[in-house]
Design a protein around this ligand. Structure first.
Ligand code: 5GP
Length: 185
């Protein structure tokens, strides 16, 4: 289904097609919450939201979890405003709490080349956590240059640029309740 925001954001000419509907997201997030509960429900984990793109996913996921845990935030950037990865990852904002001897669940919006997840995992492992697992709403397997260690994956998607449900294009479209493919024209 085609989608058009009205008025349109100030972006290069494009059209958009819905890839994952709101209801599909809701059902899958519930499944993921069940899997997370089975594995971490008695481990008092720290849930790490990778800003900015994962904020909507994390907000929905944590409201489906009914056990003790805390939430912390970090910000990694690899893209800037481009739609193509720069291949460089930076930690722009770090966690506030120690993860030493704690079980950590890193929640990402999307794994594309796998570089961000690989970098984050290595950086957090050096802090002596009890365990680290990775949850990503979306995964583009076609682009993995690193074997991405995703323990909980929402959807595998084609190698196209997507927005919505927290994911942006130059800051826009994070508010869409679905995932849409962007086709530049
Ligand atoms: P990776 O390091 O795996 O190549 O890229 C991960 C990051 O790139 C994601 O956290 C996300 O910020 C960005 N990214 C990758 N693919 C897309 C996409 O299709 N749409 C958007 N909006 N961001 C993407």
């Amino acid at each position: 289904m085609k989608y058009k925001m009205n008025p349109e954001p100030p972006l290069p000419p494009h059209y958009m097609e819905v890839l994952i509907e709101e209801e599909e997201l809701r059902i899958r997030v519930q499944d993921l919450a069940r899997e997370v509960t089975e594995n971490l429900g008695e481990r008092d984990p720290i849930i790490v939201c990778v800003l900015k793109g994962a904020f909507v996913f994390v907000a929905d996921l944590v409201r489906k979890l009914d056990f003790p845990f805390s939430v912390d935030f970090l910000r990694a950037s690899s893209y800037g405003d481009s739609v193509v990865t720069s291949g460089e990852v930076k930690l722009d904002l770090d966690l506030q709490q120690s993860i030493s001897n704690r079980h950590v669940l890193v929640v990402e919006d999307i794994v594309d080349t796998g570089l961000t997840v690989q970098y984050l995992k290595a950086s957090l492992e050096a802090r002596g956590p009890a365990s680290i697992s990775i949850c990503s709403l979306l995964h583009k397997p076609a682009n993995n240059v690193k074997l991405a260690p995703v323990d909980y994956c929402g959807f595998e998607i084609p190698n196209d640029f997507v927005v919505g449900y927290g994911l942006d294009w130059q800051g826009y479209y994070r508010n869409l309740p679905f995932i849409a493919q962007v086709h530049q024209t």
